[in-house]
Write a protein that binds this ligand. Structure first.
Ligand code: 5GP
Length: 178
């Protein structure tokens, strides 16, 4: 375990098992629909890569990038799209793939923005959900794990751009970010 990590919440094996379950559900739910999976960079890159391997459907993969956190562990509420979609999602079934849902401000903004393109449907798949900190109402259809209010890193999630490469999800030692 990395010395800055206090405790491992989900091992590589636990993540794989849960993601396979999510993929099976989505494969059943989207039969015949040719959905577009939209990963939110950078945090979702590892989740997206593993999730897509469990999806047994004709589908497309897109990425968007938003800036929200900077180098701090608290959101400012300001969301800016720094990379937009390459395709038109009008009349398409869209699934936003996110690493973690916290205040909900980022996804609330993204859903409103993407709804402007008139998709046939839009749903959220988040690996982690921290419902205690919600400030905007967002209801993910697919959630990997509901977690307590702690700052987590690994499996794509960073602190100041570090720790994204850890293969597990762990709670960062508070002294690292305080
Ligand atoms: P929201 O807009 O829901 O507050 O924030 C979502 C974004 O905040 C995530 O995509 C992620 O970048 C960041 N975030 C929220 N909680 C955590 C956390 O515990 N660890 C890390 N690394 N990022 C977090």
């Amino acid at each position: 375990m990395h010395r800055d990590v206090e405790r491992v919440l989900y091992t590589e094996e636990a993540l794989k098992e849960r993601i396979t379950e999510l993929g099976k559900r989505m494969t059943a739910d989207y039969q015949g629909k040719n959905p577009v999976f939209i990963g939110v960079l950078k945090g979702s890159f590892m989740f997206m890569a593993d999730l897509m391997r469990t999806i047994d459907l004709p589908c497309e993969v897109e990425f968007m990038a938003v800036s929200s956190y900077g180098n701090k562990s608290e959101t400012t509420g300001a969301v800016r799209i720094t990379q937009d979609l390459d395709m038109d999602i009008e009349n398409r079934h869209a699934i936003i793939v996110e690493d973690i849902l916290d205040s909900g401000l980022t996804l609330n903004y993204l859903i409103n923005y993407l709804n402007g393109s008139k998709p046939a449907s839009i749903e959220i798949c988040t690996l982690l959900d921290k419902p205690e900190r919600r400030r905007a109402q967002v209801n993910p259809k697919y959630t990997g794990f509901t977690i307590p209010d702690a700052f987590v890193v690994g499996y794509g999630l960073d602190f100041a751009q570090r720790y994204r490469n850890l293969p597990y999800i762990g709670i960062l030692k508070p002294e690292v970010y305080q």
